[in-house]
Design a protein around this ligand. Structure first.
Ligand code: ATP
Ligand code: MG
Length: 584
């Protein structure tokens, strides 16, 4: 065994570590397995994977891991990857979900070409396979009710016992199964079960149900069927029908593998290899459709694409790029052990991408008016601003400067503590791309004492941001010209959950008890530079000093701009890394 492992390690050729500081994806154990299979000439050298979502919800970032893995392996090994809808539960599946899944996979950058498959298209074939199992004496119609079936199954410590219907003749089973299909029985009256071993240490092997009666119309097959195949019967056979070589699934299906193999072996059909990997868990959020659907239905969020949701559509609306999500999936790698990934890594990946591509602009979230007393009343200057210091090719733009401006309320303090280097009475700071200004007076609301405006003076010699006499200032503020700025709404987001692992639910609690009710802040009086008038839905920007923002694709309109903050500039991930380095 050892030597095979070594050979596997040697035979694989992971991407060589890049020397230019770029991230090189680590090799993973699935590639070792595929390399070994190719060396052994298995599957005629084919690599054929599939991504098999059930269309009962929108895809989330965990699915992205599986998509990147399955499509990524196919690409790397010049194979192909199918998109297969695993749609055997008519009660929960909908066309809306199918459409959203296709949109999300495409948006992530993957192409299934003409390989779009549906398990429901195999219903007839699956029925035939079930007949074959019955004929081989490997399946029977059981008439126990669901409570009895549970009772007869035994427990982890107790073997189960055989159903009194287990020894029905093949003829009787065939007849009853046909009549199940014909709709002659009520739901729950009979099921078709595999005849395996009621004493198996693997509870899933204790005569698992293969078909149940369900008189519910299916979104694709309508009311053609009143019996539906179970996941464990459908999945392996769908893989086999499509001649999948490597059937990659998450760790919780490890226990199902014995049944996967049993069905294919009994039917003596093409046999793909099931390989399990650890699912993605992300802190401060949940990645389970069952829970995400509750967030939507109970109105905790504004739909599946709410920018706080860990769904692909939510991340897209939040301003994430497909590249950032793919890089994230590369970075987390593929392992055999469950772990929790820090959401700061995801934020790091989008920051890294947007830093390179997002134009810089200025916007003020909580405006405070300043009046430059010594600036001519009707004068307007057009100042040059750099669009992206990371990319000189992105050029410069003109921004208007005038006597009345807005700065951020946070950037002024009447009595500044130590280390506050921004504006304060008598203090000089730089306005980005403009001038040095000095605060001379704060205007206050006589009743509340709140500062409502500032009087300042500017030094005309500092145009562009430097003083000819070499004097320095500690702070540089962003600003907009009051009469030119556009009003905008800005939405700031925080983690959806307060608890790091909302899945670890304490007694008498529900995961929804940990929802962060302050995860969305809507600021409606924001002011942004006039050039943003032409910003289109989905456009991404860096608001200097504040973070990366994108134009909301649902609510933003020309003249009524709405921005979502994708992520702040503060790099918590780099901080965590520094912290870890200190610890070791
Ligand atoms: P959920 O737990 O969210 O309901 P699921 O596994 O039931 O997910 P499917 O539509 O059946 O949802 O998933 C399609 C594919 O995506 C499966 O192969 C599944 O293993 C994989 N997948 C689902 N969640 C994750 C995750 N968190 N990390 C990695 N892969 C995942
Ligand atoms: Mg599933």
């Amino acid at each position: 065994m050892k030597s095979t492992d070594n050979q596997a390690a040697q035979s694989s050729k992971p991407a060589s570590p890049k020397t230019n500081g770029e991230f090189a994806p680590p090799p993973n154990f699935i590639k070792y397995i595929i390399d070994e299979d190719l060396k052994a000439g298995k599957n005629d050298g084919r690599v054929h994977t599939r991504f098999p979502p059930e269309p009962n919800g929108y895809l989330h970032i965990g699915h992205a891991k599986s998509i990147c893995l399955n499509f990524g392996l196919a690409e790397e090994y010049r194979g192909v990857c199918n998109l297969r809808f695993d749609d055997t539960d008519p009660a929960k599946e909908e066309v809306e979900y199918v459409e959203s899944i296709k949109q999300d996979v495409r948006w992530l950058g993957f192409d299934w070409q003409d390989r779009e498959y549906y398990a429901s298209d195999y219903f007839e074939q699956l029925f035939e396979y079930a007949i074959q199992l019955i004929k081989k004496g490997k399946a029977y119609v059981d008439s126990l009710n669901s409570d009895q079936i549970r009772e007869y199954r035994g427990s982890l410590t107790q073997p189960g016992k055989n159903s009194p219907y287990r020894e029905r003749t093949i003829e009787e089973n065939l007849d009853m199964f046909e009549r199940m299909r014909a709709g002659e029985y009520k739901e729950g009256e009979h099921v078709l079960r595999a005849k395996i071993d009621m004493a198996s240490p693997n509870m899933l092997m204790r005569d698992p149900t293969l078909y149940r009666i369900k008189k519910v119309p299916h979104y694709r097959t309508g009311s053609m069927w009143v019996i539906y195949p179970m996941y464990d019967f459908t999945h392996c056979l769908s893989d086999s029908i499509e001649e999948i070589t490597h059937s990659i699934c998450t760790l919780e299906f490890e226990i199902n593998r014995e049944l996967y193999d049993w069905v294919l072996d009994r039917l003596e059909v093409y046999h793909p290899q099931q390989i399990e990997f650890a699912r993605l868990n992300l802190n401060y959020t949940v990645l389970s459709k069952r829970k995400l659907i509750r967030l939507v239905e109970e109105g905790h969020v504004d739909g599946w694409d709410d920018p706080r949701m860990p769904t692909i559509s939510g991340l897209r609306r939040r301003g994430y790029t497909p590249e950032s999500i793919r890089h994230f999936c590369e970075r987390i790698g593929v392992a055999k052990a469950d772990s929790m990934v820090d959401i700061a890594l995801l934020e790091y990946c989008i920051r890294e991408d947007l830093n390179k591509i997002a134009p810089r602009v200025m916007g003020v979230l909580r405006p405070l008016k300043i009046i430059i007393d010594n600036y001519p009343v009707d004068q307007v200057e057009e100042l040059d601003a750099i669009n992206n210091p990371e990319d000189p090719d992105m050029g410069t733009r003109k921004i208007p400067f005038s006597r009345e401006l807005y700065i951020e309320q946070d950037d002024f303090m009447e009595e500044p503590p130590k280390k506050f280097f921004r504006l304060a009475p008598g203090r000089e700071v730089r306005l980005r791309y403009a001038y040095f200004i000095t605060c001379v007076d704060a205007v206050k609301d006589p009743e509340t004492g709140e500062v409502t405006a500032l009087h300042c003076t500017y030094d005309p010699l500092t145009r562009g941001g430097d003083a000819p006499d070499g004097r320095k200032v500690r702070g540089t503020l962003h600003w907009v010209s009051a009469s030119h700025a556009l009003a905008a709404e800005v939405r700031l987001y925080d983690h959806l959950f307060l608890k790091e692992n909302p899945n670890a639910v304490e007694e008498a609690k529900d995961f929804s008890d940990y929802i962060n009710t302050n995860s969305l802040k809507k600021l409606t009086n924001c002011m942004v530079e006039p050039g943003l008038a032409t910003a289109a839905p989905g456009d991404r920007f860096q608001f200097e000093r504040l973070g990366y923002f994108c134009v909301d694709t649902k609510d933003s309109k020309a003249g009524d701009l709405v921005f979502n903050r994708t992520v702040t500039l503060r790099d918590t991930w780099a901080k965590i890394l520094r912290g870890q380095r200190h610890k070791t």
